[in-house]
Ligand binder design. Sequence first.
Ligand code: FES
Length: 164
Amino acid sequence: MSDRHVAIEAIVASHRTERGALLSILEAVQRTNEHNYLSKEELILVAKAMEVPLSTVYSVATFYAFFNLKPQGEHVITVCRGTACHTRGSKPLLQQVLKQLNLELDEEGTATTDDVRFTVHTVACFGQCALAPVIAIDSVIHSRVTEQKLTQLLQTLIQSKEVS
Ligand code: FES
């Protein structure tokens, strides 16, 4: 039995009697995954340990937006593509991020670099429209972002990874 298998069985055992256990279990499994996501193997292990159909586990994992089914980068950049941000130039900002990281968004509006250092997401609205355009970097909201400001933010981020 792998270490991950043992860890998942322990997570399931510690939540088994809770109401809504599956949600808590999936949260814990994602949180303890090195790349902050739920792999197919982990979903299978959760289903087996809970003795529920894989389809049940999969439907919860796909229903909630905070579950990731693909590896997430060490740094997560989220560009708002809502109307307020769009009218204030979020599209060129998104293009700037993708160009700098040499990425293309997939059909779900996300992309991760091959070295799993950076993930780019889009979001429909951060609820901060008065501060548009808005970009979050590692959960820190940056408001009224300009191309110049974004260049600085990306440079700082890229340099920080090179130092570490
Ligand atoms: S549209 Fe971007 S914060 Fe609302």
